[in-house]
Design a protein around this ligand. Structure first.
Ligand SMILES: Nc1ncnc2c1ncn2[C@@H]1O[C@H](COP(=O)(O)OP(=O)(O)OP(=O)(O)O)[C@@H](O)[C@H]1O
Length: 244
């Protein structure tokens, strides 16, 4: 883990409503370069909506999202990917009828754009090796186990050479051994490939051990942020999230 001091992503007063529901309420937060930032909050707090506005799946009603100083809110999803932001979804989204290698080839073609020289880009072979998918590379993805599908999802994000990777509940449904494996892979990508992470995770044990910094979201607003120790001891967090 490398502690960063430069702001990579700056989210300012982002507002997003669905009819009468306020999903993000003037949400403001930052993600520091090189860090692993955990994003926690109760069900319906606005976490996935935040990922969707960062990645251009949704357009915010108002507010600003700057990545390396560049405004993202008017860009489309593929342009945001070309800027260097990769993501996974709550449910793995590989193309189920393609093999593992084909999935990575498609993701790379879609996601790299003209940023072929970005320093965080790894070869498809390197990524397959990192996830120990050598023996499964020619397997049709729908035949893989859940953990393997999740690894393919992270691998698809990684082959686009992202500076920032957003992971949405990547540990959900994995057993403790698989969770450990996923955590150590995330740490390797962070330290060796230089990707910054923003991770939505409900398991507080995991988020505490993997994060350099935690942001807590509640009813669409940031409740608090800081080191895992500081955030977990915050009274408002305990009340709103842990229920103690
Ligand atoms: N497409 C949509 N249409 C209508 N309401 C939505 C939509 N997406 C999200 N919402 C609402 O916005 C609020 C925030 O939802 P969001 O999925 O971002 O929360 P979350 O923190 O990711 O929750 P969870 O932990 O359960 O995944 C919720 O009240 C949700 O019902």
């Amino acid at each position: 883990m490398v502690m960063g001091t430069t702001t990579l992503l700056r989210i300012e007063e982002v507002h997003k409503t669905f009819g009468g529901i306020v999903a993000l309420d003037q949400f403001t937060a930052t993600v520091n370069e090189d860090e692993i930032t955990g994003l926690i909050g109760p069900n319906g707090a606005g976490k996935t909506t935040l990922f969707n506005v960062i990645t251009g799946v949704l357009t915010p009603d108002s507010g600003s999202i700057r990545f390396e100083g560049k405004e993202l809110t008017s860009l489309k999803s593929h342009q945001i990917c070309h800027e260097g932001i990769g993501r996974t979804f709550q449910t793995p989204k590989p193309v189920r009828s393609l093999t593992v290698r084909e999935n990575l080839q498609v993701a790379r073609k879609y996601g790299v754009g003209d940023n072929e020289k970005r320093e965080t880009i790894q070869s498809i072979n390197e990524v397959i090796e990192l996830f120990s998918l050598e023996e499964k590379q020619d397997t049709i993805t729908k035949e893989l186990q859940l953990v393997e599908q999740k690894f393919v999802d992270v691998a698809r994000a990684l082959v686009t050479g992202p500076k920032l990777i957003l992971l949405d509940e990547i540990m959900a449904g994995l057993n403790p051994t698989e969770k450990q494996e996923m955590m150590s892979t995330i740490k390797t990508i962070n330290t060796e490939f230089g990707s910054t992470f923003l991770i939505i995770e409900h398991d507080l044990g995991i988020i505490r051990s993997i994060s350099d910094r935690i942001i807590t979201i509640h009813e669409g607003s940031e409740l608090t942020s800081g080191s895992p120790e500081k955030v977990m001891e915050n009274d408002k967090v305990r009340e709103a999230y842990i229920g103690k």
